[in-house]
Design a binder for this molecule. Structure first.
Ligand SMILES: Cc1ncc(COP(=O)(O)O)c(C=O)c1O
Length: 438
C-alpha cells in the first residue's frame, strides 16, 4: 500500500501521470499560483472550477462584437446573441444524459429551482409535502420552504427532512425509498442532490425517480455537484426536472449561467399558447420562452418554444455564458467516459494515501466509487477546532481545498486538470500538518 509519507508514492504518482491519456488537458487551464509564482495544489473544483484558457478568447469575442456591432450583435456575428443558448445545448445535454431539447442554460441554480418548483410543486389536497435531506444546501432549503409558505402552507409541518441513521453521515438509498413509501399519500415532490455537497455521497437518480413516481410524486434533482463530475442519464432515469450551476465542475467561471433539465414528457404535455396548462409543468413565462421565430412580433399572446427552452424567462447574460461554451468544448474533447475513469482512479489514489492516517481523520464520503464523485470529505479527529487549524495549515502550505461548517474539509481532484502528483502532494502535506494541529 502507498502512504503519503512513503517516498515511493511520489514516484508512483508521477508514473501514473505519465501514463494518463488525459494528461494534456491540464494545459488548457489557468493554474493558480502562490505569491512566489509557484503552482498551488488546487483541489477545489467542487467549489470553483479553473478557467479554461479558451474562455478569454470567447469572452473577448463577445466584447468585440458588442464594441463593433453593438445592437446588431443580437442577430449577426460568429455567435449571435439571440440564439446564444443554443451554443450550450449539445454539450450540456451530453453531460446531463438528455436530449438537447430537454436542457437549457439560464439564470443561476436557485432561480432555476424556483422556476421548476413553480411548475412542479402544485400542492393539492393531502398531497402537499416536499421531501429533502436534513442538512440540505441552505439555498435549496430556503427555496423549498419559501415555496411552501408562498402556497399558504406551514414549512415546518410540510417539509420532510430525512436525516442519516444515528451515527452515520450518509443516507442509505433504501432508507430514502422507505421514507418516500411511508409518506406516499402526502408527498408532492422529492428534491434530492445528485452528489451531496457536504459528504460527497452520490445517489442513483433512477432509483430515486422510481420511488418518487411510485408514490405519485415528482422527482427533482439539484445537480450542482454532479454535472461534469459523475455520468448522468436524466432522460432515461425519468427525472422530472433538474437544476445546476456551472461554476463548479463545469468551469463556467464565477456567477456563470446555470442550467435546467425538463423531461420532454412535461414540455410535450404543455399547451403552447396558454399558461395554466395541464399539471404538472405549467410554466411562469417571459418573452425568452416564447418561440424564437415570432418572439419579436411582440404580440401579447404567448407561444411557447419547444422543449426546455420554454422555461427561459429573460434574455441570457452572454458574458457569463461565453466561458461555458469554452469549457464544454474541452469536455467534448475529453469525453465524460474517460474523465470518469480517471476520476475514479484519482479519488481512489487519494483515498488509499489517506487511509494510513485513519487514527487522525475520518473520510465520511463512501468508499465505493459508485457512491461518490471526485470529492472526498474529511473530518479531523478532535472536532471542528483542530479541523479548522488543519485546514488553515493546508492552505499555508499551498493546498487549496475548502471548509464546510461545522467540521468538514472538502477536497476534490478533478480529472480535467488535476494530476496524481497533486493528490500525492496534498496527502504528504496533510500528513505533515496533522500532527501539528490535531
Ligand atoms: C448544492 C448547491 N445548491 C445550490 C447552490 C446555490 O447556487 P446559486 O448561487 O447558483 O443559486 C449551490 C452553490 O454552491 C450548491 O452547491
Amino acid at each position: 500500500m502507498s502512504t503519503a509519507a512513503n517516498p515511493d508514492s511520489l514516484a508512483q504518482a508521477r508514473a501514473r501521470d505519465a501514463a494518463d491519456p488525459l494528461r494534456g488537458f491540464r494545459e488548457r487551464f489557468a493554474l493558480p499560483l502562490d505569491e512566489r509564482g509557484a503552482p498551488l495544489v488546487y483541489l477545489c473544483g467542487h467549489s470553483l472550477g479553473l478557467q479554461p484558457l479558451a474562455a478569454r478568447a470567447l469572452v473577448t469575442e463577445e466584447l468585440d462584437a458588442w464594441a463593433q456591432r453593438a445592437v446588431e450583435g443580437h442577430e449577426h456575428g460568429g455567435r449571435p446573441w439571440v440564439p446564444y443558448h443554443q451554443n450550450l445545448a449539445a454539450g450540456l445535454a451530453e453531460l446531463a444524459g438528455a436530449d438537447p431539447s430537454e436542457v437549457v442554460a439560464m439564470n443561476s441554480l436557485t432561480v432555476n429551482l424556483h422556476l421548476m418548483l413553480a411548475s412542479f410543486y402544485r400542492p393539492r389536497g393531502k398531497r402537499t409535502r416536499i421531501l429533502i435531506e436534513a442538512g440540505a444546501f441552505s439555498s435549496d432549503r430556503h427555496a423549498v420552504a419559501s415555496q411552501i409558505a408562498w402556497h399558504g402552507l406551514d414549512p415546518e409541518k410540510t417539509l420532510i427532512e430525512l436525516a442519516p441513521a444515528a451515527g452515520s453521515d450518509l443516507i442509505e438509498p433504501a432508507a430514502l425509498e422507505a421514507s418516500i413509501a411511508r409518506h406516499a399519500s402526502e408527498i408532492a415532490l422529492v428534491l434530492w442532490p445528485g452528489v451531496q455537497f457536504r459528504t460527497g455521497q452520490s445517489f442513483e437518480l433512477a432509483r430515486i425517480a422510481r420511488a418518487a413516481h411510485a408514490a405519485g410524486a415528482i422527482a427533482g434533482f439539484d445537480l450542482a455537484h454532479s454535472m461534469g463530475n459523475t455520468p448522468l442519464a436524466l432522460h432515461e432515469d425519468g427525472a422530472d426536472f433538474a437544476v445546476w450551476c456551472s461554476y463548479k465542475y463545469l468551469n463556467g467561471g464565477p456567477g456563470a449561467i446555470g442550467g435546467c433539465f425538463v423531461h420532454e414528457r412535461h414540455s410535450r404535455a404543455q399547451p403552447r399558447t396558454s399558461h395554466g396548462g395541464g399539471l404538472p409543468g405549467a410554466r411562469l413565462a417571459g418573452w425568452w420562452g416564447h418561440e424564437e421565430d415570432t418572439r419579436f412580433r411582440m404580440e401579447p399572446e404567448f407561444r411557447a418554444a419547444q422543449g426546455a427552452d420554454a422555461w427561459q424567462v429573460s434574455n441570457p447574460p452572454i458574458l457569463a455564458a461565453a466561458p461555458l461554451v469554452a469549457s464544454l468544448m474541452v469536455f467534448t474533447a475529453a469525453g465524460m467516459e474517460r474523465l470518469r475513469e480517471k476520476s475514479v482512479a484519482l479519488t481512489g489514489f487519494m483515498d488509499e494515501l489517506l487511509r494510513p492516517l485513519a487514527s487522525r481523520l475520518t473520510i465520511i464520503t463512501p468508499r465505493d466509487s459508485a457512491a461518490r464523485g471526485c470529492q472526498l470529505s474529511i473530518r479531523i479527529a478532535g472536532g471542528a477546532g483542530p479541523g479548522r487549524r488543519v485546514f488553515e495549515g493546508l492552505r499555508a502550505s499551498g493546498v487549496v481545498c475548502d471548509w464546510r461548517s461545522p467540521d468538514v474539509i472538502r477536497v476534490a481532484p478533478v480529472p480535467l486538470y488535476n494530476r496524481f502528483e497533486d493528490v500525492q502532494r496534498f496527502a504528504a502535506r496533510l500528513a505533515e500538518v496533522l500532527p501539528e494541529h490535531a
